[in-house]
Design a protein around this ligand. Structure first.
Ligand code: PLP
Length: 237
């Protein structure tokens, strides 16, 4: 318990320091503790250390944890991975945030399911900035020189924004696992640029938040403007 408390405090401290380096207010940054693949008992100590946002990437695991811990009324569940339509019901029923919208189709299916549960879902549109084949999301590799990429993305965002029960918060991306610091800075900065570029072309501040940064690279992501960081192994080692 004490140990977990210290781990969470250390991460929170590192978030504050990275924000200060960038002249940002750390209160604009939400820590999502990625509890995926970890037993349910690791969540309570983290909750007691002040964490309220937890990330899962399997629908059945989300359902189990959310129902078991439903008495913790202020916990917010984040679904952070690729979602197939046949598993989307649990996300519609239990998740508060979904970070990996990678098609209009999945958003349409969720929108209908959310209606039956009388729920809303905040979402991030996942973009692939790095160009890695293994990464999901709308293709935005070298978007500065590819008008078509940006147009496709804007079209999708407009379609998703028109769906009931879904609120777009912004963009999400994953950086390569083995990239050097300068490459990571470049990718996260490109992501922030894309977000402000879209912001100028879309109404109503549709893309304001940036979900980027994991255990290895969250400080760099914060320096480049991340507002949601998804941290797993650095908390639940
Ligand atoms: C697993 C995962 C994370 C957390 O990764 P760590 O390296 O353990 O911090 C963050 N985001 C996504 C999309 C993930 O799948």
């Amino acid at each position: 318990m004490t140990n977990n408390n210290q781990v969470v405090q250390t991460i929170q401290h590192r978030i504050i320091q990275a924000a200060q380096r960038a002249g940002r207010n750390a209160e604009s940054i939400t820590l999502v503790a990625v509890s995926k693949k970890r037993p349910i008992d690791v969540i309570l100590p983290a909750y007691e250390a002040g964490v309220r946002h937890f990330g899962e990437n399997r629908a059945d695991e989300l359902k189990e944890k959310a129902t078991t811990l439903s008495y913790l009324k202020d916990v917010k569940w984040h679904f952070i991975g690729h979602l197939q339509t046949r598993q989307s019901k649990s996300v519609a029923q239990y998740a508060h945030y979904f970070h990996a919208v990678d098609s209009v189709k999945i958003a349409q299916v969720l929108s209908v399911q959310l209606d039956t549960f009388k729920r809303n879902l905040s979402v991030f549109i996942q973009v692939n900035i790095s160009g890695e084949k293994s990464k999901g999301g709308f293709d935005c590799y070298n978007w500065q020189n590819n008008v078509q990429h940006v147009e496709n993305l804007i079209k999708a965002i407009k379609e998703i924004a028109a769906l009931p029960n879904i609120q777009i918060l912004g963009l999400m991306t994953m950086a390569p696992f083995d990239a050097q610091e300068d490459v990571l800075h470049h990718i996260f900065q490109s992501m922030a640029d894309l977000s402000s570029n879209l912001g100028e072309q879309l109404p109503n501040n549709l893309v304001q938040q940036l979900s980027m940064g994991m255990s290895r690279d969250f400080e760099i992501a914060i320096e480049e403007g991340a507002t949601f960081v998804r941290i797993g192994s650095a908390i639940f080692a």
